[in-house]
Structure formats: structure tokens, C-alpha cells
Design a protein around this ligand. Structure first.
Ligand code: CDP
Length: 202
């Protein structure tokens, strides 16, 4: 069983994917963390994020166990992640790991931008989680101590534009995805909507 959860930054997809996997007893992969790991490595090794070959080499030799989650958060790493994520060879280098993760028993929930469209086009269920830019910026603001709301809003909008506008695996709902707008939903309400859809079957 493979469940794909895609959506823009701070849409609530990560929280939802984690809760859904825990509820169903499945494994969960935050694929954005993989792109963030590439972004952080590029930053630490002083590599030009436009150098596709060098970034792809980093993506191909990632050791996910070498990164602490706390190092990967933050808009600076998120922005770099979104820049390297636009490079086709970086995406290609991360594909096999994601697909292998998805196939392992007992089932998997993957969240990202292109799970339903590219990584797992045959997923059993596909969800596209979205929310207004204002709601998403406010969420990020509340979870980031000392943050500036205007700067976060600008970052989110720039990242949306880059993720949706790139030619390789752009952010968009799969044709057969269920779209859920979480602007006015609490996390438990979003989870309930997804569980209802799954209970209704394919
Ligand atoms: O948590 P947030 O939504 O802010 O970002 P994330 O899911 O950690 O992803 C960081 C960046 O990685 C995104 O802005 C995308 O550019 C990229 N990404 C992607 O291209 N494809 C994915 N499957 C996941 C993330």
C-alpha cells in the first residue's frame, strides 16, 4: 500500500503524513528532507547550487543517517533545497531511494511535491494538501521563534513560484489526486478527511 501526499510549503502535508503513517502502522518518508540534505551539504561544502554535476554527486552519495532533523529546518536550507530540487540530475539521483522505500512492507506514506506524479504514479491513494499563502506563512511564523512574518511570506511565495514553475517534476496535483485545503482545518480534521477518503476505497 502506497499513499502519496503532495503539496506546497507549510500546507500541513508533513504533519498529516506522519500522523497517517502512525495511524495505519506504515513507514513514513519526508522526501523534502532529502532535498534539504542536499541543500545543507551544498552550503557546508561551499558548492555552487547551480553546478548540476556537483549537486547530483552529493545527492547520489547522501547518508540520511548523518543529518539531525534540527539542522534541516529553517528557510535558508529550504531555499537551497528548492534551488537544487530544480536540477533534473539531482532529482534522478534521489529517485531510486524513494521508490525502494515506497515498495517495502507493510506500506508507506511519502510526502513531497512529486510523489503522485513522478515518484509513485501508481500509488494506491494520492492526496494534494494545500492552504492559502497567508495561512501557510502564519503557520511557519508560529513555529519559528523570532521570525519575521513578512520575510516568511516572501520566502514561501518565492519557493511556491520556483517549485511550480520548474520544468522537471513541477509542484502540481496528480490528475487522480484528492485535493484538501487545510486553511481552515485543524490537523486532526485534515487527518479525518484523509482517513474517510481511504475508507471509501479506491
Ligand atoms: O517543509 P517544507 O514544505 O517547507 O519544504 P520541504 O517539503 O522540506 O521541501 C523543501 C524543498 O525541497 C521544496 O521547496 C522543494 O523544492 C523540494 N522538494 C521537491 O522538489 N520534491 C519533493 N518531493 C520534496 C521536496
Amino acid at each position: 500500500m502506497i499513499i502519496a501526499i503532495d503539496g506546497p510549503s507549510a500546507s500541513g502535508k508533513g504533519t498529516l503524513a506522519r500522523a497517517l503513517a502512525a495511524r495505519l502502522g506504515y513507514r513514513h518518508l519526508d522526501t523534502g528532507a532529502l532535498y534539504r540534505m542536499v541543500g545543507l551539504s551544498v552550503m557546508r561544502q561551499n558548492i555552487d547550487p547551480a553546478d548540476e554535476e556537483a549537486c547530483a554527486a552529493i545527492a547520489a552519495s547522501l547518508d540520511p543517517a548523518a543529518f539531525a532533523d534540527s539542522e534541516l529546518r529553517g528557510e535558508a536550507v529550504g531555499n537551497l533545497a528548492s534551488r537544487v530540487a530544480a536540477l533534473p540530475k539531482v532529482r534522478q539521483a534521489l529517485l531510486a531511494f524513494q521508490r525502494a522505500f515506497a515498495r517495502r512492507a507493510p506500506g508507506a506514506v511519502l510526502d513531497g511535491r512529486d510523489i503522485g506524479t513522478v515518484v509513485c504514479p501508481d500509488a494506491d491513494f494520492k492526496f494534494f494538501i494545500t492552504a492559502s499563502a497567508e495561512a501557510r506563512a502564519k503557520r511557519r511564523f508560529l513555529e519559528t521563534p523570532g521570525a519575521d512574518l513578512a520575510a516568511i511570506t516572501a520566502d514561501i511565495m518565492a519557493r511556491d513560484a520556483r517549485d511550480s514553475g520548474r520544468s522537471t517534476a513541477p509542484l502540481r496535483p496528480a490528475d487522480d489526486a484528492t485535493v484538501i485545503d487545510t486553511s481552515a482545518l485543524r490537523p486532526d480534521e485534515a487527518l479525518a478527511a484523509v482517513l474517510d477518503r481511504i475508507a471509501a476505497g479506491r
